[in-house]
Design a protein around this ligand. Sequence first.
Ligand SMILES: [Zn+2]
Length: 128
Amino acid sequence: MTFTRGLQSIMFAAASAANPEEACGLLLGLGTDVLFIAAVVNSHRQPERHFRIAPDAAAPVVREAMRLGVDVIGGWHSHPHGPPTLSRDDIAGTPGAGFVQCVVTAESVRAWTVTPPTAVEIAVAFRR
Ligand SMILES: [Zn+2]
């Protein structure tokens, strides 16, 4: 999964703005290259510990991806209280097999390919 430093900074800024709640959104791109970051409202009842992207919040992002000619290639959310890894609930709540989930903390962005109940960490690299 590749990002630019600018895309990473958008996730860090959204995570900081949402703190102490978790920020969340979708990753738009092609293949393993993230080209756009979408931030979506966290509609979970306990947003300090969990996140939920409601279908009606995701729908306009999916439409925008289609308009831009890119795919929804994964999701991201922040862990303001750590740890920088997926929780069991994150894995269980993944929408489909092979979906990429990124976890953002103040210091890092890490990614996993998730096929519930398993998650395999994948490399995050930065391109120009
Ligand atoms: Zn999480």
